[in-house]
Write a protein that binds this ligand. Sequence first.
Ligand SMILES: [Zn+2]
Length: 415
Amino acid sequence: MTGALTDLRVDGDRLWSTLMETAAFGRTAKGGLCRLALSPEDAQVRRWFVAACEALGCAVTIDQLGNIFARRAGSSPDLPPIAIGSHLDTQPTGGRFDGILGVLAGLEVLRTLDDAGFVTRHPIEVVNWTNEEGARFAPAMLCAGVFAGAFEMDYALSRQDKAGVRLEDALEQSGFRGPAPVGGRPLAAHFELHIEQGPVLEAEGLEIGVVSGVQGIRWFDVEISGLACHAGTMPMRLRRDALQAAARLAVAVDEIGRSEPDTSLSTIGIFDAYPGSRNTVPETIRMSVDLRHPRADGLDGLEQAFRAAAADIAGRLQVEIAVQPVWSSPPVVFDPRVVGAIDAATQRLGYSRRSIVSGAGHDSVYIARVAPTGMIFTPCDDGISHNEAENMSPAQAERGANVLLQAILQFDGTV
Ligand SMILES: [Zn+2]
């Protein structure tokens, strides 16, 4: 690769002004965004995005779920495109950067290549995935999921929002129900730039996170059954108190989550006691357990420790503890070639970096099933996201987009 291309940089001011300009679509009083998937505001930013890509001469394809693909031709038309994808929809009280940075940085990469008059070998496609947030239509990452074969098309089309509007009808109303089939579109790779949405990079004073994968999640419902009895007449030694068992299990679950300080996580988010009377020993506790780890064997270890603690406590407190798995999402390990290109580009740019595991889900989780995939994280202020106060600096956005540009050139084989 020539020196000129390794020296190529995005226009940080132009990137920032597109971020600020499009933040007018769905702006909230507190300076955040409410741009629910396929709402009139989402349709506005979609029309803006399509026009901006067409102004660069891109061919725009819209599929039957409203996923938008803006393609800049490459010099080898037989090669599949390198995709740059994320999402333009937001939470109801969302920020201006979650997802949006990844799409608009993709546009900025195209503009930079255009200014330089450089044609990559692969076509480059900037992708806006529909309904990533799951805020209007559950579940999250829905249309990237259909693209990757994780969900059926009919399942996606029949999702309903709170008002009972089906996704299929919302697509029609938005004008973004396209003709192209969903999926079956080969991608050479999928790159996603995203704010970290957590505090790690900022706390460590680092500029870029090279994302190695996305942690796995296992959810359980736990029901603890003891015996309801009078709080004034039953001696302590004879009780089968479900809440006391649950309290010990809660402590054990917390310790299990702390067993690997940088990797393992555990949370009890639901904790209900029955019959819920001041002078009755609780008979039943229903609680949730959420375990997370970046590796499948790590998740296995957390689950084994959790089940062993439950069995031990059940025996000691003379209660029954039923553990029911309700949902799981396996860990995702990103493609070494894509991660390697991101790491090499970050190093070449001289930005400080670390390897990091994503704690949140992203479109890339599903796209990784059908294309070599990787992600770039930039810090955001105080790690705050899904909040109108979500913020980052122009320099942080610019560095992320530069890594995206150089990583794509690296993957393309031009550097
Ligand atoms: Zn996002």
